[in-house]
Design a protein around this ligand. Structure first.
Ligand SMILES: O=P(O)(O)OC[C@@H](O)[C@@H](O)c1c[nH]c2ccccc12
Length: 270
């Protein structure tokens, strides 16, 4: 047996939490339906496409208190304040970690960040059951993360269809060409290539650049993880990414708005 990885452990914890969930499906559905009745989502995919269409590299700015690989990044951050500075810097969207155990986040962080700005918000978490998708809508998210490595083909397609039904965009996170293939098969129109291997935690920029051409032109492409600054961002923009998703390099900075603006400008003029 291969050793249990961080990803396995996090997924096991999420599956155990889902199994221990005493709420009925009807209860969770009602909460999601209430959110749908309260109003439409803000358009996460459309926001990235629009900013890219306007000549920028779209920035998905992440609110991340800590990570399993780096420990505390910004444990005392105030989500509303951080959201304001990201918006001021020109972020196209936010990503908010809602996983508590490994990342120190919460649904309350997402709600606070979203109400502090007009930006669409991705719920960054480990989606393992359909209830997670319903919860994402109920907590106010505009998009949900589906990690290809954590889901089988049926789950990927079903969870994505449910997200679409609820008005959520689904960011399907891939790590290699085979996973991109599976994402497309499941109908993905928004694909993230995670440069960090969720098993070894190693970041490989060459991989994101190599995988990019595998993704069709009508799919919005997001490069995730390990983007340290404008130089990294420019390489990814040149490789065909519409957007970068950046956590650590933004959350640890005193001048978060300027750091976002510098990433957004990191595109070689056509
Ligand atoms: O902090 P970074 O290296 O900029 O990475 C952000 C983001 O890509 C990373 O947080 C992430 C990518 N995929 C995930 C899945 C779950 C939790 C976290 C992640």
């Amino acid at each position: 047996m291969p050793p249990t990885t961080y990803l396995d452990r996090i997924l096991d914890a999420h599956r155990a939490a889902a199994a221990a969930d005493r709420r009925s499906r009807g209860q969770v559905e009602a909460a999601a339906e209430q959110a749908v009745a309260d109003g439409p989502t803000r358009g996460f995919r459309a926001g990235l496409a629009a900013d890219h269409g306007a000549g920028h590299l779209a920035v998905v700015a992440e609110i991340k208190r800590r990570s399993p690989s780096k420990g505390d990044l910004a444990p005392g951050l105030v989500p509303g304040r951080v959201a304001e500075s990201y918006a001021e810097g020109g972020a196209a969207a936010l990503s908010v970690l809602t996983d508590a155990d490994a990342f120190g986040g919460s649904p309350a962080d997402l709600a606070e960040a979203r109400s502090a700005c007009e930006l669409p918000v991705l719920r960054k978490d480990f989606t393992v059951v359909e209830v997670d998708v319903l919860d994402a809508r109920a907590m106010g998210a505009d998009a949900v993360l589906l990690i290809a490595a954590a889901l089988d083909d049926h789950e990927l397609a079903d969870f994505r269809a449910l997200a679409v039904e609820l008005g959520l965009d689904a960011l399907v996170e891939c790590h290699d060409e085979a996973e991109v293939e599976r994402a497309l098969e499941a109908g993905a129109d928004l694909v993230g290539v995670n440069q960090r291997d969720l098993v070894s935690f190693e970041v490989d920029t060459a991989r994101a650049v190599r995988v990019a051409p595998e993704i069709p032109a009508d799919v919005v492409r997001v490069a995730e993880s390990g983007v340290r600054g404008p130089d990294d961002a420019r390489r990814l923009a040149d490789a065909g990414y519409h957007a970068v998703l950046v956590g650590e390099a933004l959350v640890t900075r005193p001048d978060r708005a300027e750091a976002v603006a510098a990433l957004r400008a990191a595109r070689t003029p056509a």
